[in-house]
Design a protein around this ligand. Structure first.
Ligand SMILES: Nc1ncnc2c1ncn2[C@@H]1O[C@H](COP(=O)(O)OP(=O)(O)OP(=O)(O)O)[C@@H](O)[C@H]1O
Length: 247
């Protein structure tokens, strides 16, 4: 069985009189140790998919199983504990708490786990070390660069040793150089720490660092390389227009 398994998953939302179906009866298998990137036009349901895999939202139909646990069957209270122990979430804007130091921000998810003080400290120190920020442990977010803040966000996502880490446009608000550093870091975490990653991105360079590249469009995953490539080219075109300030 794959580490993440989606079977017949559908999700719709109502917008006024209209029903939109970002995910229409989709299947997905992600094996342990894989790094999967997910691209697709804006509004196609990429974030919706991450929210379902992480149990933040529930599908209308279908099942989602992560590391043998059928997430779709868990009650709301069980889901919170399950998520704390099994799932890491990297946001586009790191969402760090400004009044807490880097160390305290990374420590937060571990407070939901049954760990001794020593175990907790070791986990936080290891996570900060993994992202190369041991020397910034006492710094507050405002004392860090954008790239360093994102690395703290990544340390926070991996500190509980989750089975899966989902990332929603982790390089979306970074400049090119910092974005490349974060991409290298994610690739290292995947290869060296064997962290299974599902990353949504609009950046085709970031998508290429993944071991498998998927594209979602109109409720379905695109299968053929030709379809995927033409969609990616469309994304690059849109990105260039945005960068030139024409949009
Ligand atoms: N809670 C909600 N209530 C109503 N509509 C929603 C909700 N969440 C998402 N949607 C709609 O579902 C569609 C898919 O949204 P989603 O955020 O998953 O897209 P996306 O592919 O991540 O987009 P982007 O690339 O712009 O971030 C959009 O039309 C969005 O407006």
């Amino acid at each position: 069985m794959a580490l993440v398994e989606l079977r017949g998953v559908s999700k719709s939302f109502r917008k006024g009189d209209e029903t939109i179906t970002p995910l229409d009866n989709i299947d997905l298998d992600i094996e342990a140790g894989e790094f999967v990137s997910l691209m697709g036009p804006s509004g196609t349901g990429k974030s919706t998919l991450l929210n379902l895999v992480s149990g933040i939202d529930r599908p209308d139909s279908g099942t989602i199983t992560v590391a043998g646990t059928e997430v779709t069957k868990l009650s709301r209270s069980k889901l919170a504990d399950w998520r704390a122990a099994n799932l890491g979430y990297i946001f586009q804007t790191h969402n760090l708490i400004p009044v807490l130091t880097a160390y305290e921000n990374v420590e937060l998810p571990t407070l939901l786990l049954k760990l001794s003080t020593t175990q907790r400290r070791q986990r936080v120190e290891l996570a900060l070390e993994a992202v190369g920020l041991s020397d910034r442990a006492d710094h507050y977010p405002r004392q860090l660069s954008g790239g360093q803040e994102q690395r703290v966000g990544i340390a926070r996502a991996i500190v509980a040793h989750p089975k899966v880490v989902v990332a929603d446009e982790p390089t979306g608000s970074l400049d090119t150089e910092t974005s490349e550093q974060v991409q290298i870091l994610l690739q290292r975490l995947n290869k060296e720490l064997d962290i299974t990653l599902l990353m949504v991105t609009h950046d085709s360079d970031a998508a290429r660092i993944a071991s498998r590249q998927m594209v979602l469009d109109r409720g379905k995953f695109l299968e053929s390389e030709r379809e995927k490539e033409s969609l990616r080219e469309g994304e690059i075109g849109r990105q260039k227009v945005k960068e030139s300030g024409a949009a």
